[in-house]
Design a protein around this ligand. Structure first.
Ligand code: ADP
Ligand code: MG
Length: 344
């Protein structure tokens, strides 16, 4: 008797959701990344009860046509890559075609979108954690997309049990919004929690406006003690702000590193920064920075982890060297002068 059977699409999606949908913050990350990939210049985020009751994200991006709506919610369906070559130099934040299917399998998800001009009507699809035979309904919506995720994990109680307090969940979610707001200065963001405005960030174009956004997110004290750096080499550019040692932290909580507009956490990067600060920071203190590395997408592999916050650099030595030498130089003025005998 055969004992192997295919998983139902719903169960397969719920298993996939286990990888990327850990908590409300991870839902927000995936949905916001879609808005950025859609070229939105304005994103409004409404949260209730830390995100476990409601996450509503509305953008003014390119929108989704009604023909594409069912596929947008299906697993392994994406508009972002079509071939292995595309994957090897992917420029979008998403490419796995799994997020909406995963989120839809563990929540009551409504997708409403319109990809046409002013005056046209959009359409709406609701999944309710069911099989993906999506019902489409006409719905008014300006050009762009609204994703509404209600009652996250309502049908997976084991997952729901792992949610922390409303405050903790909201803090994680706010952190996601901060990172993405730092990654795209040109995009306006608003964030409301239980009806209260937490952030309202207008699109920032000039350096002064960018600095205002960094100050709004990292605190004015960071900006006051930050050095602006910009090192443009032929193969890569590193720019951003690094705090003077006088603004060191007891935790590594103000460290933002972006590679080609993607938020990443990386040991190699952390090591290069730490080395650069080595002789100016007391033991146990952590530097604060907001840094942007730009290089040819073919030089970075982003398909390392489903969460996509890890990357692999083709030439990791060159990246380490670029970060270390740029920061080391920037901190030269605050580094204690070597003793005379050491120079002799
Ligand atoms: P991926 O982002 O990896 O392609 P998703 O499941 O996140 O997979 O989204 C599936 C598809 O739905 C996307 O490829 C895109 O075409 C469409 N989509 C999702 N969100 C939006 C949005 N906010 N605006 C326009 N299109 C969207
Ligand atoms: Mg996506």
């Amino acid at each position: 008797m055969a004992i192997i059977h295919r998983l139902s699409p719903r169960l397969a999606n719920q298993i996939a959701a286990g990888e990327v949908v850990e908590r409300p913050a991870s839902v927000a990350k995936e949905v916001l990344e879609n808005s950025l990939d859609a070229g939105a210049t304005r994103i409004d985020i409404d949260i209730e009860a830390g995100g476990s009751r409601l996450i509503r994200i509305r953008d003014n991006g390119v929108g989704i046509g009604s023909d594409d709506m069912p596929l947008a919610l299906a697993r392994h369906a994406t508009s972002k890559i079509a071939s292995l070559e595309d994957l090897e130099r992917v420029g979008s934040l998403g490419f796995r075609g799994e997020a909406l299917a995963s989120i839809g399998s563990v929540s009551r998800l409504t997708l409403t979108s319109n990809n046409r001009e002013e005056g046209s009507e959009g359409c709406s699809a609701l999944t309710e954690g069911r099989e993906m035979d999506v019902q489409l309904r006409p719905a008014p919506h300006p050009r762009g997309t609204t994703v509404e995720v209600r009652d996250l994990f309502f049908n997976t109680p084991a997952r729901r049990k792992f949610l922390r307090t409303e405050k903790t969940e909201f803090n994680h979610l706010e952190e996601v919004v901060k990172r993405l707001a730092l990654s795209r200065f040109g995009v306006g963001f608003s964030l409301r929690h239980n009806g209260r405005v937490i952030h309202n960030l207008k699109g920032a174009e000039t350096t002064a406006e960018q600095q205002r956004r960094v100050a709004a997110i990292c605190g004015p004290a960071f900006m006051e003690q930050a050095i602006h750096i910009d090192s443009d080499r032929s193969d890569m550019r590193l720019w951003g702000w690094v705090a003077l040692p006088t603004f060191s932290r007891s935790q590594a909580d103000l460290q933002y590193f972006f590679v080609n507009g993607r938020v990443i956490r990386d040991k190699l990067v952390a090591h290069a920064v730490k080395q650069a600060y080595r002789d100016v920071l007391y033991h146990g203190r952590h530097p604060a920075f907001v840094l942007y590395l730009e290089l040819d997408p073919a030089q970075v592999d982003v398909n390392v982890h489903p969460g996509k916050h890890e990357v692999r650099f083709r030439d990791s030595r060159a990246v380490h060297q670029c970060i270390f030498s740029t920061l080391h130089r920037a901190l030269a003025d605050v580094r204690p002068a070597p003793a005379a005998e050491a120079l002799a």
